[in-house]
Ligand binder design. Structure first.
Ligand code: AHG
Ligand code: MN
Ligand code: MN
Length: 335
């Protein structure tokens, strides 16, 4: 009889016998998986739950919070804080580090997350997601500070995302490749459906918010202009374009069929280096993309090598199929 491989079983097998295999990490990831299942359930209820729409509040980036931004943030906290594996958390929806309450035991990991990515899509029933990143806590104080979180992406011990699309999927890496699981709602388990995900090296599909075109830097403008020129332009082939406005959905598409995704540096607001946040969007996604054979860069530097300077720091992001990202990087290098 063929029994499906659940994510719990898969991660246990992956961790066992590994030099860095760690039951504490396994337990923490189990709690994260549970949080994603609860969020999936909430998101799937849609308007029936009465939590569509926005709040009066703004998060630290000055964005109006959706009701579901706050609810999903609470779900993530409540599901993981009591598991005894965390020293602290940070999220898009919290200004500062979240400290584990004293009545719970603490552990050796830091959890950073975007509880609801693409939340502008939630009212219109387009895919949203959750992104998470796990770091080691190296400090000795009972209460980690923001500085303890500011580790480059190369230090991540695990990263993943849940995609609440036409099916719910969870895609994860612990640094040994990327694997995708689909939620079987009949048994309430994520089941391995996409083993060893690999991004095709070449692509004819690009994703960028073209309404920002007038703010782009020269290398990105050149690249997109050449894609749009198609067969008769310098690239000699036609390209297609997609923009979902949910990074999770864009990265997932790229993992499945290739592509390049850009939220580049632009001069729209000189105080912002880009739109996407390093700690809970760019870093976890870059870890996944690299583990699947793709590239991820600011245009000038590998994202995983960026030394973070703030919990909510923004970075330019150019990621996806290796050969296509290399074209954009060569333009940044002036070639
Ligand atoms: P969030 O909903 O967590 O704030 O993230 C939205 C991000 C990302 O998912 C997406 O790629 C991008 O913002 C879309 O930005 P535009 O609305 O500028 O297209
Ligand atoms: Mn996001
Ligand atoms: Mn978000």
């Amino acid at each position: 009889m063929q029994i499906a491989t659940t994510i719990t079983q898969f991660l246990a097998d992956e961790q066992s016998g590994q030099p860095h295999g760690n039951p504490d990490l396994l337990a923490l990831l189990g709690q994260v998986v549970t949080a994603c299942k609860i969020i999936s359930n909430e998101v799937n209820k849609g308007a029936l739950s009465g939590v569509m729409g926005s709040l009066e509040s703004e998060n630290i980036q000055g964005e109006t919070q959706k009701k579901l931004d706050v609810i999903t943030n609470d779900i993530f906290i409540c599901t993981t804080e009591r598991g005894g594996r965390l020293a602290g958390m940070a999220s898009e929806e919290m200004d500062d580090v979240y400290q584990i309450p004293d009545h719970y035991s603490r552990g050796q990991y830091l959890l950073v997350f975007d509880p609801l990515d693409g939340s502008s899509n939630v009212d219109v029933n387009i895919s949203v997601g959750t992104i998470f990143s796990v770091l080691r806590y190296e400090g000795s104080s009972a209460h980690p500070s923001a500085a303890d979180f500011l580790q480059p992406g190369t230090q991540q011990v695990a990263a993943g995302y849940a995609l609440y699309g036409s099916s719910t999927m969870l895609v994860i890496t612990t640094g040994r490749g990327v694997n995708g699981f689909t939620l079987d709602t009949n048994i309430g388990e994520f089941v391995l459906t996409h083993a060893d995900m690999a991004i095709p090296t070449d692509t004819k599909e690009f994703a960028i918010n073209a309404s920002n075109q007038r703010f782009w830097e020269e290398p990105v403008l050149r690249y997109v202009t050449e894609c749009v020129a198609g067969k008769t332009g310098p690239r000699g082939r036609d390209f297609n374009m997609r923009w979902v406005a949910s990074m999770v959905a864009e990265v997932h598409r790229i993992l499945i069929r290739g592509g390049i995704f850009m939220y580049p540096k632009d001069n729209k607001d000189p105080t912002k280096a880009g739109k996407l946040r390093l700690m809970y969007e760019a870093n976890p996604m870059s870890f996944i993309v690299e583990q699947a054979g793709g590239l991820s860069s600011t245009g000038r530097q590998r994202i995983l090598d960026v030394q973070p300077e703030g919990l909510h720091q923004r970075v330019p992001v150019i990621l996806g199929s290796k050969n296509e990202v290399e074209v954009v990087l060569s333009y940044h290098a002036g070639q």
